[in-house]
Design a protein around this ligand. Structure first.
Ligand code: ZN
Length: 169
């Protein structure tokens, strides 16, 4: 009888430790899940709302002014984006990381007869899992990491060169 009381106490303690550990694991999992849901939401907002809207606005601007915009600020300035323009030119991921605006840039050398492979808008910061969104003229949006920085620069430069008067045939 004298041994059963401490043994029971040990079992209770073990059970308690088990419950506490499970609670910690569940809390950590929930925290991780919430964070990944938030990241996905931010990336979707960036891609579906912001980039799509900026691309549409750039096209609207081009047909209205017979010239492509040079920056996202230009779009906001003429209110081509929407009445609540400012919120669509802010990437929620970049904002939560406290990164400076602008968060997006309009690619150079845009013209009316450009191919779908041309880049229209891209993000300036790698804020989505170390990658950034690149939106093409055809509407495709891709996530590019630092490994494609050189390729992006190269493409932007060739778009810039192709648009230079005198070099065109
Ligand atoms: Zn973004």
């Amino acid at each position: 009888m004298g041994e059963s009381a401490p043994q029971k106490l040990n079992w209770n303690r073990l059970l308690l430790i088990g419950v506490v550990l499970s609670a910690i694991i569940v809390a950590a999992m929930l925290c991780y899940a919430a964070r990944s849901v938030r990241r996905t939401y931010q990336a979707n907002t960036c891609r579906r709302h912001n980039l799509a809207l900026i691309a549409q606005a750039a096209e609207a601007y081009a047909s209205l002014y017979s010239a492509w915009p040079e920056s996202v600020e230009q779009l906001v300035h003429v209110q081509a984006v929407s009445p609540s323009a400012s919120e669509h030119v802010i990437c929620p991921s970049a904002q939560s990381k406290g990164l400076p605006e602008p968060h997006y840039a309009i690619a150079p050398g845009l013209k009316n007869d450009m191919p779908d492979s041309y880049i229209l808008v891209y993000e300036l910061h790698h804020v989505h899992g170390g990658k950034r969104h690149v939106c093409f003229v055809g509407g495709k949006v891709k996530l590019w990491g630092h490994d494609r920085d050189a390729e992006l620069e190269g493409r932007l430069e060739s778009q810039r060169q192709a648009a230079k008067p005198g070099l065109e045939r």
